[in-house]
Design a protein around this ligand. Structure first.
Ligand code: B12
Length: 216
């Protein structure tokens, strides 16, 4: 009973955009023995998704959604620390970013969290990432999978340029490409020349594991 109450409070702190409370609750939930993955799945993600819904309905305005994003980040900072425990076996390296011109990062951050929880080593190179920086980082990190997030119709159309750049730099072979964002659909994935996509964090993690040859 107590536990459900705490998870509910954490969700509420994200929905209502209270970063300090979210951090505090995340800590106390972990102390009470709940796994970080459960807290992420049952409180943090539902909280941020509900905030996104309220924005879509015109109930939330920019300051509201920005505060919810802050609260999401502060809870995740606590919960992710727990997940990067020493004994976690890494299933592969995953490099992720939002493409140039796109500063949306909530979806990317959720996906990163789910992938981390699934055992991936995450290299998040941020938002508004130009092709040149993306290529430079791929060369440096040598990931197994790259994830490109694009959240507007204009930026989604540029994903194919990132994939072409990988090809012309001789980096595409052996490297898997995943794409995501509200404008992306399963059919679009093929058109872009990517390997997989993720409807949401759980779907993204399932497909990433599938690409690594593991169970989905
Ligand atoms: C929140 C939000 C913002 C916030 C962003 C806060 C932040 N830190 O991210 C703020 C207020 C800053 C913002 C700004 C803008 N926004 Co905005 N924003 C949204 C909104 C409401 C929600 C996006 C979101 O976070 N959703 C919640 C997350 C969890 O869902 P998601 O992104 O789909 O992610 C999931 C999946 O797609 C998938 N996924 C996501 N990424 C990836 C990556 C990989 C690799 C994989 C596998 C899967 C995956 O898993 C995620 C987890 O479930 C959308 C509306 C919408 N329907 O999406 C508009 C929306 C994306 N924004 C829009 C616009 C136009 C803008 C602005 C240009 C507005 C303006 N005039 O100032 C600016 C600037 C944007 C820029 N240059 O990047 C438009 C885009 C329209 C279009 N042309 O396509 C939308 C669609 C709203 C609309 N209907 O008009 N925005």
């Amino acid at each position: 009973m107590e536990l459900i109450y705490d998870l509910d409070e954490l969700k509420k702190s994200i929905l209502e955009g209270d970063p300090e409370l979210a951090e505090e609750l995340a800590k106390s939930i972990l102390e009470s023995g709940v796994s970080s993955l459960k807290a992420i799945k049952d409180a943090v993600i539902p909280g941020i998704l509900e905030a996104g819904e309220l924005w879509k309905q015109g109930v939330y305005f920019v300051p509201d959604i920005v505060l919810s994003a802050e609260a999401f980040k502060s809870a995740m900072a606590v919960l992710e620390k727990e997940q990067t425990g020493a004994n976690r076996k890494k299933v592969g390296k995953f490099l992720i970013c939002s493409v140039e011109g796109d500063i949306h990062d909530l979806g990317k951050n959720i996906v990163s969290s789910m992938l981390k929880a699934s055992g991936f080593e995450i290299h998040d190179i941020g938002v508004d990432v130009p092709i040149s920086k993306f290529i430079e980082k791929v060369k440096e990190v040598r990931p197994d999978i790259v994830g490109l997030g694009a959240y507007m119709s204009t930026t989604a159309a540029t994903i194919k340029d990132y994939i072409q750049a990988l090809e012309s730099e001789g980096l595409r072979s052996g490297l898997k490409v995943m794409v995501g964002g509200v404008r992306i659909s399963e059919q679009y994935v093929k058109e872009l020349g990517a390997d997989e996509w993720g409807r949401d964090g759980v779907h993204a993690a399932e497909n990433a594991l599938k690409l690594m040859g593991g169970e989905s």
